[in-house]
Design a binder for this molecule. Structure first.
Ligand code: CTP
Length: 396
């Protein structure tokens, strides 16, 4: 924990006193801890306790700090945030995006891993509302440090005790390790659709938004990688901290990809590249007529196959969008393009374009199969990198 930067958010439950012990242990192990208390937490424990333990200012309100926007600074400076205890109310607010105090504003702005350690009465924890809120937050990438079963403040037994200090510390360590897991690595991601011109105003394109590749680039950068994102025409913004180059056509993507493909540790091809383009691009806008229009289409270059053949990447991963015999087709693609692994995407119900959720199965060259489940694209990006990291380490 030496050198760790932790943001601890304490919300108003009886277990708030345990947050003081957690703070003390973190500080003793060499972490720098910034503490935020909600107004309700202050009814259970005084800011002074945390100020004494951390020898740092403790934050309780958006309005009383000498600086104007401590919530943004604090989440930027920390490597990981942990909410312990996380009350049902705080969890509900996070799920809904309510940002009406310092803690919720900071957590909403957080781009760092956020761990939630719920602690409450068993009936509140097990209520459908809280269970659904927690499940939703989990799909959005929050990590839940499950409460334990035992004696509760109401003198009854049940699930709802704050996780043990040991488990909280482990969760913080795991989140930190993940953050550094790609430190110093060079990652190349292709994302988004292509647009192949047909005349000066028309293109042949597809409905990809680039969300999958953007999430992967963002997650890789969060883990410390030096990321280059090659992004097609999309309205989605590229992530902060990621060098982004834009392309429109498959040919432009190929040129960029080959230029960027030297000394890469991990390449992930998530772009939805058009397989065909008009053989001829009309210099003038084509006038409409009542005749049926026939257009000749020719094949575009296979960017991923070219990247793989160029050999500049230590580990190379593609996507396969399939509607039937998914894994057999994907394995064939992996072999044909000489990939290390392929992510199978079931597109029977549409391509997943524009949707927040998706479902992946990862197949690798050794024959291993990992079901990454269905979740939000940002969560899947984390799971995919978790699964690729051992593969990458095996290839050093
Ligand atoms: N790809 C690419 N260049 C192309 C076509 C595809 O880089 N011209 C990449 C995609 O980014 C993806 C993988 O190759 O990683 C998809 O392979 P592809 O052979 O296009 O398969 P599908 O898109 O699944 O479609 P199909 O089954 O029609 O081949």
């Amino acid at each position: 924990m030496n050198g760790a930067r932790v943001l601890l958010v304490v919300s108003g439950g009886i277990a708030a006193y345990k947050a003081a012990a957690l703070t003390s242990t973190l500080v003793q192990r060499g972490a720098t801890v910034d503490v935020m208390l909600t107004a309700d937490a202050e009814r259970f424990i005084a800011p002074l306790t945390f100020a004494a333990l951390t020898a740092r200012p403790v934050y309780t309100s958006l309005w009383d700090a000498p600086e104007r926007i401590p919530h943004i600074r604090l989440v930027r400076e920390a490597e990981v945030a942990i909410v312990a205890p996380a009350t049902a109310n705080l969890i509900a607010k996070l799920r809904a995006g309510i940002a009406d105090d310092l803690a919720t504003t900071a957590l909403l702005a957080a781009r760092i891993p956020v761990l939630l350690a719920p602690a409450m009465n068993a009936a509140m924890y097990e209520s459908e509302t809280t269970a659904e809120n927690i499940a939703t937050l989990r799909t959005r990438g929050y990590e839940i440090v499950e409460p334990e079963s035992g004696f509760l403040a109401e003198r009854e037994h049940g699930v709802g005790r704050l996780a043990s200090e040991e488990r909280l510390l482990e969760a913080i360590e795991r989140a930190r390790a993940r953050r550094r897991s790609l430190l110093g690595m060079r990652v190349l991601v292709t994302a988004g659709p292509t647009q192949e011109p047909f005349d000066p105003v028309r293109v042949i394109g597809n409905a990809s938004t680039g969300a999958t590749g953007i999430a992967l680039a963002e997650e890789a950068a969060r883990r410390g990688a030096n990321v280059t994102l090659l992004l097609g025409p999309t309205l989605l913004a590229p992530p902060n901290g990621v060098r982004t180059e834009r392309f429109a056509t498959a040919e432009e993507l190929l040129a960029l990809a080959l230029r960027e493909s030297r000394d890469i540790d991990l390449t992930i091809a998530a772009a939805a590249v058009a397989d065909w383009r008009p053989s001829e691009i009309s210099a003038e806008k084509r006038k409409k007529s009542d005749e049926t229009l026939h257009v000749d289409l020719e094949r575009t270059p296979d960017v991923l196959a070219a990247l793989s053949a160029a050999g500049g990447s230590r580990c190379i991963v593609g996507f396969a969008a399939e509607t039937s015999d998914h894994e057999a087709h994907a394995r064939e693609k992996m072999k044909r393009k000489a990939l290390d692994a392929i992510v199978v995407n079931d597109v029977r119900d549409g391509a997943g374009f524009g949707l927040q959720e998706n479902g992946y199965v990862l197949l690798d060259r050794s024959g291993a199969r990992t079901d990454l489940g269905h979740a939000e694209k940002r969560t899947l990006a984390g799971r995919l990198l978790d699964a690729l990291e051992p593969l990458l380490k095996g290839k050093t």
